[in-house]
Design a binder for this molecule. Structure first.
Ligand code: PLP
Length: 284
């Protein structure tokens, strides 16, 4: 497996960074995850725009322009023959010898990217969905930045696992649903697809955006509004979305069946549309 690190393509086992990298010491970095279908980067423009937003919000220098990013990532993808892949891409503020919360001027960002085979979601999940619990969202107030600082997400994922669930849906201090630990949340109620509006409390998911555009194209009524735990409890369907999982059906919430307890009808429809959307993209 070949990775990209600071200008070089090299075997993963040989890629090393300094222990003084601010990414290692502070989680001082941002990242992206980009799906690749048959060699083509899906929604590249949206992912790079979100990366630029994350870099700008954190005052980390963007080391490349858009075409340099694309060239580097396409080179990386071309070194692997997996049909579908997903790229993990990370930029940290760089190496600083003296540990100090305040970053030194003119640091050189550390750029790291690697790619993995992207496997289809397993059949069991397609047939039966996943189990989630609701948990307090213990994260910060800039969840719109895709920061590598993921300790709260790790803790919440562990808490979900200890309760026998696959994942968690997070409830903000105001009592609204924000998102999953690594996904956006949707509910279906009376035929409407509902998702929380973009804000500082959620990541503006690219898959969420794709689902919105598919919904518009197929006249599926879609509403952006706050969702409470009561709304979640009375939802006909619940979905989680992310680049590597697309839309996943949630069939159990806090030990109770969601709707019929099976993946819902609108989810099945969306899954079909999503596969067609990907196919059109591959052929475009
Ligand atoms: N929200 C969080 C916290 C995430 O970590 C992710 C993706 O990993 C998402 C939402 C979904 O974003 P995307 O659809 O761009 O993968």
């Amino acid at each position: 497996q070949i990775v990209y690190l600071n200008g070089s393509y090299l075997p993963m086992m040989e890629s090393q960074i300094s222990t003084q990298d601010r990414g290692f010491l502070f989680g001082d970095g941002v990242y992206e995850v980009i799906p690749v279908y048959q060699g083509k980067l899906f929604r590249f423009d949206a992912h790079i725009q979100r990366l630029k937003n994350s870099l700008q919000a954190t005052s980390i220098t963007n080391p490349f322009n858009d075409s340099e990013w694309l060239e580097m990532l396409e080179n990386l993808v071309a070194k692997h023959d997996w049909q579908d892949q997903y790229i993990y891409l990370q930029v940290t503020r760089g190496v600083q010898m003296q540990r100090d919360h305040l970053p030194a001027d003119c640091l050189t960002p550390t750029i790291y990217a690697y790619t993995n085979p992207l496997k289809p979601v397993v059949d069991n999940i397609i047939q039966n969905g996943i189990k989630v619990v609701s948990l307090d969202d213990i994260r910060w107030l800039r969840c719109d930045i895709k920061a590598t600082t993921l300790l709260p997400n790790v803790m919440m994922k562990l808490a979900a696992k200890s309760q026998g669930a696959d994942d968690a849906i997070l409830i903000t201090r105001e009592g609204n649903i924000s998102e999953g630990t690594a996904s956006n949340t949707f509910i279906v109620k009376d035929g409407n697809l509902i998702t929380p509006p973009n804000s500082n409390e959620i990541l503006p998911g690219i898959t969420r955006m794709v689902i919105e555009s598919i919904a518009a194209e197929h006249n599926i009524p879609m509403i952006e509004k706050n969702i409470t735990l009561d709304d979640l409890n009375s939802a006909d369907e619940i979905w989680l979305s992310s680049s590597t999982k697309e839309a996943l059906p949630v069939t159990q919430l806090n030990g109770q069946a969601v709707g019929s307890g099976k993946p819902g009808a609108l989810w099945l429809q969306m899954r079909e549309h999503y596969q067609q959307h990907k196919q059109k993209f591959i052929e475009s």
